[in-house]
Design a protein around this ligand. Structure first.
Ligand code: THU
Length: 133
C-alpha cells in the first residue's frame, strides 16, 4: 500500500462524512503495523460536543479491532490542506509515535509529517512513568 493508495482511501472515506452542521467534510485512512487499512469520516451530532473527527473515527476503529500501532495516516478535508486538530494530534501521538502523517490535497499533492513536527514537546505515556506512586 503506497501513499497514493492510502490517500485514495481517505478521499473515499471523506465522501461518507456526516456533516449536516458544518458542511465540512474530512476523511482519514490509516495503515496498521500489519498493513490493515482502517478509514474514517467526521460525524457531527446536533448537540455538537459528541462530534468525532475523521482521524479519531479511523483510529478508534483500528484500536477496537486490536490494532494499536499506526504506521501511516492520511488526512484529506475541504480546506486544502486540512491538518488534524489538537485533540487528534494527541491521539495520533498515543498510537503513532513514529507514524508518517500524510496531509493531502489529492493523491499527487501531499506533504508528509511526523507527530513530533505537528505536536512538539508532547505529553505521552512515558511521562506517566514519572508519577510518584
Ligand atoms: N474535523 C475533522 O474531522 N478533523 C480535524 O482534524 C479537523 C476538524 C471535523 C470536525 C467537524 O466535523 C468539522 O471538521 C468542522 O470542525
Amino acid at each position: 500500500m503506497d501513499s497514493r493508495e492510502l490517500i485514495k482511501k481517505a478521499l473515499e472515506a471523506k465522501e461518507k462524512a456526516y456533516v449536516p452542521y458544518s458542511h465540512f467534510h474530512v476523511g482519514a485512512a490509516l495503515l496498521t503495523e500489519d498493513d490493515t487499512i482502517y478509514t474514517g469520516c467526521n460525524i457531527e451530532i446536533a448537540s455538537y460536543s459528541p462530534t468525532l473527527c475523521a482521524e479519531r473515527t479511523a483510529i478508534f476503529k483500528a484500536i477496537s479491532e486490536g490494532h494499536t500501532k499506526i504506521k501511516t495516516i492520511a488526512v484529506v478535508g475541504d480546506s486544502t490542506p486540512t491538518y488534524p486538530c489538537g485533540v487528534c494530534r494527541q491521539v495520533i501521538r498515543e498510537f503513532g509515535k513514529d507514524a508518517k502523517i500524510l496531509i493531502a490535497n489529492s493523491e499527487d499533492d501531499y506533504k508528509e509529517y511526523t507527530i513530533d513536527e505537528l505536536l512538539p514537546h508532547s505529553f505521552g505515556p512515558e511521562d506517566l512513568d514519572n508519577a510518584k506512586k
